[in-house]
Design a protein around this ligand. Structure first.
Ligand code: NI
Length: 136
């Protein structure tokens, strides 16, 4: 099996907040991540496709095509946006890195034309990242 990864970056804001909890519970669990008016990150998104190399092209997936799929289905919806307010595929979802990774997986999983989606990795800071591997 070969794993092919496209790395992209985007900037977005969010507020980690569970509307089912009280303000003090949100504050206790999420601290400054739950700041009422949000805060921003420079996210790194890594999308990995797995498969065999096509004997004709030598590619698992043409990375130009993968870039276009990520741009149209994710980056155009999230870059310079607020995850709580602006992103249709995050509606009603608390925008933790975990939930963002899973939601991006759902955006991409059925749109990969060759090979299969293997993982979606999101880095929120230099030290904190999440990798999601869903079912296809
Ligand atoms: Ni944050």
């Amino acid at each position: 099996m070969i794993y092919v990864t496209r790395r992209e970056t985007f900037s977005a804001s969010h507020r980690i907040f569970n509307p089912d909890l009280s303000d003090s519970e949100n504050e206790m669990i999420f601290g400054k991540c739950s700041n009422k008016n949000g805060h921003g990150h420079n996210y790194i998104l890594e999308v990995t496709v797995e498969g065999e190399a096509d004997p004709k092209t030598g590619y698992v997936i043409d990375l130009k095509i993968l870039k276009k799929i990520i741009t149209e289905n994710v980056l155009q919806k999230v870059d310079h946006k607020n995850f709580n307010l602006d992103v249709d595929f995050m509606e009603g979802i608390n925008p933790t890195t975990e939930n963002i990774a899973a939601a991006i997986w759902n955006q991409l999983a059925d749109k990969i034309p060759s090979g299969r989606l293997h993982s979606v990795k999101i880095s929120e800071t230099e030290n904190n990242f999440v990798e999601y591997r869903g079912t296809r």
